[in-house]
Every structure is written in structure tokens, then in C-alpha cells.
Design a protein around this ligand. Structure first.
Ligand code: SF4
Ligand code: SF4
Length: 299
């Protein structure tokens, strides 16, 4: 199989990113995730297929979409939509867009290496994120291998949902792991996020055992992750890691809510109030009490 045959579905490539690892980076958002966190701020990355999105504010009502669609151009999320994207091509205002594009390995390498001078001068590099980048583990391992050969720092942003040999193959070419912790009670984790917690923790320990440096990230979501017991359990787990560099606490925000609407999906956390600065400091204190370097988003 040639490099041109390797492809992955990607929602976005964020250049000049400073939030997903050190320095100036390109963050590649792979599409698809086995978890279903209700606070997800990248809902366009959850489904592993290309999707239709609709920007209502751009629509001029010309009905060009309905003329090319045998179903009358329903809105995203409609069961009858076949994801053919004919309406996207017909729409003159980009009110209808396709979310998720296939990239070959060569295309992606060419794209991210355009910014290599910024990586080298800032101590940055490339981060594979998502969704869950490990759903595309073989592709990511080849991608990172090539980047490393070009002298580019690589970071894997993962929920820990996928482990074993596929994870080892990616870790062999990874410089830094960004690991998410969320709900630490197994029953509540399954009920809210839809998958079991123990395998995730096992995979996170696999990363730690590989010797790669780790940054733990925890979204502080009132009513979900901000309880004292949950924070204490997350801090205990973080403190048990040998390769931990620091913990980053990310306050819940509602900026992603419009994206749910564009995708035709309900937003389940409309009633959740973002944490205050005092709430964030209280959360930080739990981690600092265990001697962990703990940063709040933006620090
Ligand atoms: S993606 Fe295809 S089936 Fe879905 S609304 Fe557009 S034209 Fe119709
Ligand atoms: S083609 Fe685009 S602008 Fe025209 S009605 Fe359809 S969504 Fe609106």
C-alpha cells in the first residue's frame, strides 16, 4: 500500500494552535469518537462519517438545495438524508456544508509541514486530536513517523478509549501525550459518557509505562466533573503517573452550543452554568494539594 492509499477523515486542521501542547502547533482533528461526553466542544468530531451541517444565517431561501435533493433537502440529522452532499455543491452561499474531508497521508504531511518554521522557532509541532485520533491509529502512526523523520515534535491528544498494540504503534512515534480525565466513578462514567472507565484508565497507564511525557486535562463541568470526590479521584490518578508534566483544568463553556444546532443535534447542557474563577481555583487546590503543577486554561 502506498502512502497515497492511506486516508483519514478529518474535520479541521487548526494552524497556529497554542492550546494543544507546547509552542506553535498544527492540531489535526480526526473525525469519530467512541465516547459521547455531553459537554463535548467538538461535536462535529463525534460521528465517524462525513456529515451535513447547516448555517441558517447564511441561507437566502433560493431552494437550489431542494432542486437537487430527492428528499427535498431536509436539515441535518434527518433520517432520510443519504449524505450525498449534492445540496452542498448546489448551495450558493455555503449555508450547507460538508463536515469531514478525506485526506491522504501525503496531503496532510504537505499541509502541516508548511508551518514547520513556526514549529522549530517556537518549540511547537503537530498534535493529533479529534474526536479520537486513535480511531485512525494506523494512519496516525505513519503520520507521526514521517513528522519525526522531519524533526517535528508530535503530540497525541487521546481519551484513552483505544489501547493495546494500536496504541503502542502510535506511541513509538509520539513525544507527548495529552490525556483527558473526566468522570472517575465507573458507574457514572458509563451512564454519562457511554463507555466503561476501567479500560480507559488501563490505556492511560499503558501510555505512562511507555515513558512518554504526559499532560492531564480535565474539563471542569458543574454537576458532572467538579464534585470534590471526583476531583480528588482524578488528582490521585494523576499523582500516580510517573511521567506527568502538569495538569490543565479547562472550564466548561457554552461556545459549542451553536455547533450542535448546525448538526441538528440537541444540546444537553443548556442549563449548566459555567464555573466561576473561584470554582476553578477550588478545583486547582485539589490537584496542588498533591504536589501537582496545575494550570487553568489560558495560563
Ligand atoms: S446530503 Fe444529499 S440527501 Fe442529504 S439533504 Fe443534501 S442532497 Fe439531500
Ligand atoms: S441552496 Fe443554500 S441558500 Fe439556497 S435555500 Fe438551500 S441552504 Fe438556503
Amino acid at each position: 500500500m502506498s502512502r497515497e492509499d492511506h486516508r483519514a477523515l478529518i474535520t479541521n486542521i487548526q494552524g497556529f494552535s497554542t492550546e494543544d501542547g507546547p509552542g506553535i502547533r498544527s492540531t489535526v482533528f480526526f473525525k469519530g469518537c467512541p465516547l459521547s461526553c455531553p459537554w463535548c466542544h467538538n461535536p462535529e468530531g463525534m460521528n465517524a462519517k462525513a456529515e451535513l451541517i447547516f448555517h441558517a444565517e447564511r441561507c437566502i431561501g433560493c431552494k437550489a438545495c431542494a432542486e437537487v435533493c430527492k428528499h427535498g433537502a431536509p436539515l441535518p440529522g434527518a433520517a432520510e438524508c443519504e449524505r450525498c452532499f449534492a445540496c452542498v455543491d448546489a448551495c450558493p452561499t455555503r449555508a450547507r456544508e460538508r463536515m469531514g474531508r478525506w485526506w491522504s497521508l501525503d496531503e496532510l504531511l504537505t499541509e502541516v509541514l508548511k508551518d514547520r518554521v513556526y514549529y522549530s522557532t517556537s518549540g511547537g509541532g503537530v498534535t493529533a486530536s479529534g474526536g479520537e485520533a486513535m480511531l485512525w491509529g494506523h494512519f496516525v502512526s505513519l503520520f507521526f513517523q514521517q513528522l519525526r523523520a522531519e524533526g517535528v515534535h508530535t503530540a497525541l491528544d487521546t481519551s484513552g478509549a483505544i489501547g493495546g498494540e494500536p496504541l503502542d504503534r502510535v506511541l513509538a512515534h509520539t513525544d507527548l501525550a495529552l490525556i483527558d480525565l473526566k468522570i472517575m466513578d465507573p458507574a457514572r462514567h458509563r451512564a454519562v459518557i457511554g463507555v466503561d472507565l476501567p479500560p480507559i484508565l488501563e490505556h492511560l497507564r499503558q501510555i505512562d509505562a511507555s515513558g512518554i511525557s504526559i499532560i492531564i486535562r480535565l474539563p471542569v463541568v458543574p454537576g458532572y466533573t467538579d464534585g470534590p470526590d471526583n476531583l480528588a479521584a482524578a488528582a490521585d490518578f494523576a499523582a500516580s503517573l510517573k511521567r506527568l508534566l502538569q495538569v490543565e483544568l479547562l472550564p466548561y463553556h457554552r461556545l459549542a452550543e451553536p455547533k450542535y444546532k448546525q448538526l441538528g443535534r440537541p444540546y444537553g447542557l443548556a442549563d449548566v452554568v459555567p464555573p466561576t474563577a473561584e470554582d476553578m481555583e477550588r478545583a486547582r487546590a485539589v490537584f496542588k494539594a498533591r504536589g501537582l503543577k496545575t494550570l487553568l486554561a489560558g495560563e
